[in-house]
Design a protein around this ligand. Structure first.
Ligand code: HEC
Ligand code: HEC
Length: 248
C-alpha cells in the first residue's frame, strides 16, 4: 500500500494549473475529506456562489501557503460555467451520509501530515490532545484510494461537545449568535445557508477562522460576521465538535 499511497496523495505546486475532477478531492459521492469539504447536500445556489467567490479572490485561506486551498481556487478558475452548473446540480442531488464519528478523549495518537491529512505515526504512541481536533481516516489505505465507504473519526477535547452546544444553541451568553436561526433546524441547512450537522470539524474550524480573519469574504460572508467576531480558538473547536457530532 505504501507506494500507491504516496503516488495518489502527493500533489505538488506544479499540479496547480491542471484540472482535476471535483470527485477526486471531494469524493465522487461528495462526502469529502478533512482537508477539503463535503459537497453532498449543499444547495445549487450555495455551491455556485462559492465557486464565484473563489474565482473572484474573495475566498482564500488564512494560511496563504496552504496548497489544498490553492487547488480549489485553481479548480474554480479552470472549470467552465457549464461544468460548474453540472457539478453543482450533481452534488446538490446527493444526500450527505453520516461519515465522521466524534469521540471525546484526553489522549490521541501522535500524528504527522501525509497526503494533506493527519495520519497516526506508526509506533510513536499517544500524546495529550490539548485543545485540538485530530481527525483521522478510519483506514488510511482506503482513504488514499478515495474509498467512499471508509469514513473518518474526529477526536475532540473532553467536554467540548457540551461547551459547543451552549454556544451553538444559546449563543454562549452573548458570545455568538444562535446558529439554527440561519442554518436551519438541527443545523441541516436552510435555502442557500449551508448545513453544518455531521460535517468535518477540521473544515468547520478553518471556515470560522477564515471568516474571522477576513480570508473568507464572499458575497454571503457578512452574515457570519457577528457570529465569529468574539470567538476564541477554543470556542471554535468546541462549536465544531458539537456540529460534527450532530446527525446530518
Ligand atoms: C484538487 C482538489 C480539489 C478539486 C479538484 C476540487 N476541489 Fe473543491 N475544494 C477543495 C478544497 C481543499 C476545499 C476547501 C478549501 C477550504 O478549506 O476553504 C474545497 C472547497 C469547495 C467548496 C466549498 C464548500 C463549502 O461548504 O463551502 C465547493 C463548493 C467546492 N469545493 C466545489 C468544487 C467543485 C464544483 C469542483 C469541481 C469543478 C471542485 N470543488 C474541485 C479541493 C478541491
Ligand atoms: C445571520 C445568519 C447566520 C447565523 C446566525 C449563522 N450563520 Fe453560519 N453562515 C451563514 C451564511 C449566509 C453562510 C454562507 C457564507 C458564505 O457563503 O460566505 C454561513 C456559513 C457558515 C459556515 C461555512 C459552511 C461551509 O460549508 O463552508 C460555517 C462553518 C458556519 N456558517 C457556522 C455557523 C455557526 C457555528 C453559527 C452559530 C454559532 C452560525 N454559522 C450562525 C449565515 C449565518
Amino acid at each position: 500500500m505504501a507506494p500507491r499511497f504516496h503516488k495518489l496523495t502527493h500533489f505538488h505546486r506544479r499540479d496547480a494549473n491542471r484540472t482535476f475532477a471535483c470527485g477526486y478531492c471531494h469524493y465522487p459521492n461528495g462526502q469529502g475529506r478533512p482537508e477539503n469539504s463535503s459537497l453532498a447536500g449543499l444547495s445549487v445556489g450555495y455551491i455556485t456562489q462559492q465557486i464565484a467567490d473563489y474565482r473572484n479572490g474573495l475566498r482564500k485561506s488564512s494560511e496563504p501557503g496552504r496548497i489544498a486551498a490553492g487547488f480549489m481556487i485553481a479548480s474554480a478558475k479552470n472549470a467552465t460555467d457549464a461544468e460548474v452548473k453540472t457539478s453543482a446540480e450533481y452534488f446538490a442531488s446527493i444526500k450527505y451520509r453520516p461519515w465522521i464519528k466524534v469521540i471525546e478523549t484526553q489522549s490521541v495518537p501522535k500524528t504527522q501530515v501525509a497526503g494533506f491529512m493527519l495520519v497516526a505515526t506508526e509506533g510513536a504512541g499517544n500524546e495529550p490532545i490539548g485543545q485540538r481536533i485530530i481527525e483521522l481516516a478510519d483506514d488510511v489505505g482506503r482513504a488514499s484510494i478515495r474509498d467512499s465507504r471508509s469514513g473518518f473519526t474526529a477526536y475532540v477535547p473532553v467536554g467540548s461537545i457540551k461547551r459547543g452546544e451552549a454556544l451553538v444553541t444559546a449563543g454562549g451568553r452573548g458570545k455568538t449568535t444562535v446558529c439554527a436561526s440561519c442554518h436551519g433546524q438541527d443545523l441541516k441547512g436552510a435555502g442557500d445557508v449551508p448545513p453544518l450537522a455531521g460535517r468535518s470539524p477540521s473544515y468547520t474550524v478553518r471556515q470560522l477562522y477564515d471568516f474571522q480573519s477576513g480570508a473568507r469574504a464572499g458575497l454571503l460572508s457578512p452574515l457570519m460576521k457577528e457570529t465569529v467576531a468574539k470567538l476564541s480558538m477554543d470556542d471554535m473547536v468546541a462549536i465544531a465538535a458539537y456540529t460534527a457530532s450532530r446527525a446530518p
